[in-house]
Design a protein around this ligand. Structure first.
Ligand code: DGL
Length: 267
C-alpha cells in the first residue's frame, strides 16, 4: 500500500457523511471514495447475513478503486460485518470500524460513568457495546435503547422538525434517565445532535463519535506511514440507488458540487 491511495468509506446512506466530514477536516489532502448503499437502507433492520452480503459487494468496489483503508462508517455494518470484511480483505487494505475507537475513548474519558446508548436494532440487539465495555472492566454502566425508525427518518428529513415527535417518543424512554452521557451509536444521529441536546435542555453530555473516529483514522494512517500529504482532497460518491435525500445530504455536508455515481450492487 502507498499513501497516495484513497480512503474508502461506506454506510447505508448519509450517516457515514458525518464521519467523512470529520475526516476531511483532519485530513484535507486525503482522496476519498464514499459508498452510500441507499438501495438497502436502513441497515439496522436487516439480518446479519444480508448486511454481510452488501458489505462484501461494497468492499469489492472499494478494493477495485485501490483504497488503502476501508472505514465501515456504520455501526450496524460494523456490528454485522467487521470481522468478515477484515478476513476477506486480509492485507490488501486496512479495515476500521466505528465501534472500537469509541470504546477506547470511553475507557479513557468516561470510566465509572453511567452511559446511555441509542442505535439501530442490529447494533443494540447484538449487545456489541456492552460486551466490549464489559471487557475493559472500567466501571462504565451502560443502558441501551434501539431507536429503530430514527435513521430512516433522518435520511428522509435531515434535521427538519418533522422528526421531533418521533425523537421525543424515543428519548422519553425510562431507559434513558439518570445518565451522565448519551452515546450516539448510529452515524446518522449526529445530524440531529442539536435536537437531542435540546431535548435534554443542554444538561446532558451527548457523545458524537465523529471526531473520535476521524482522530483514530488519522492515528492509524500515521502509524502505518500512509498519510497522503500530496493528494487533492478529491471526493467520489457512489450510491446504489439515486435518492433525493442523499443528494440533499451531500449538499449539507460539503460545500462543493458533488457528482453522484449510480452503482447498483447487483445488476
Ligand atoms: N448509519 C448506520 C449506523 O450507524 C445505519 C443506519 C441504518 O441504515 O439503519 O448504524
Amino acid at each position: 500500500m502507498i499513501a497516495e491511495q484513497p480512503i474508502g468509506i461506506f454506510d447505508s446512506g448519509i450517516g457515514g457523511l458525518t464521519i467523512t466530514q470529520a475526516i476531511v477536516k483532519q485530513l484535507p489532502t486525503e482522496d476519498i471514495i464514499y459508498f452510500g448503499d441507499t438501495a438497502h437502507l436502513p441497515y439496522g433492520d436487516k439480518s446479519t447475513s444480508a448486511i454481510q452480503a452488501y458489505a462484501i459487494k461494497i468492499t469489492d468496489l472499494l478494493l477495485q478503486h485501490h483504497c488503502k483503508m476501508i472505514l465501515i462508517a456504520c455501526n450496524s455494518a460494523s456490528t454485522a460485518a467487521y470481522d468478515l470484511i477484515k478476513e476477506y480483505v486480509a492485507d490488501k487494505a486496512i479495515i476500521m470500524n466505528v465501534i472500537d475507537p469509541l470504546i477506547y475513548h470511553l475507557r479513557d474519558t468516561h470510566a465509572n460513568k453511567r452511559l446511555g446508548l441509542i442505535g439501530t436494532r442490529q447494533t443494540i440487539h447484538s449487545n456489541i457495546y456492552q460486551k466490549k465495555i464489559d471487557h475493559l472492566n472500567c466501571g462504565i454502566s451502560l443502558t441501551s435503547l434501539a431507536t429503530n425508525l430514527l435513521a430512516s427518518a433522518i435520511e428522509e428529513f435531515g434535521n427538519h422538525k418533522a422528526i421531533d415527535g418521533l425523537l421525543a417518543e424515543y428519548l422519553s424512554h425510562s431507559t434513558l434517565t439518570h445518565l451522565d452521557a448519551l452515546i450516539l451509536a448510529c452515524t446518522h444521529y449526529p445530524v440531529i445532535k442539536h435536537k437531542i441536546q435540546a431535548y435534554f435542555n443542554n444538561q446532558l453530555e451527548v457523545i458524537d463519535p465523529s471526531d473520535i473516529i476521524a482522530e483514530a483514522v488519522k492515528k492509524r494512517l500515521q502509524t502505518e506511514k500512509l498519510i497522503n500529504t500530496s493528494g487533492s482532497g478529491s471526493k467520489q460518491f457512489f450510491i446504489s440507488d439515486y435518492t433525493e435525500s442523499f443528494a440533499a445530504g451531500t449538499k449539507i455536508f460539503f460545500d462543493e458540487t458533488i457528482q453522484l455515481k449510480h452503482y447498483p450492487l447487483w445488476e
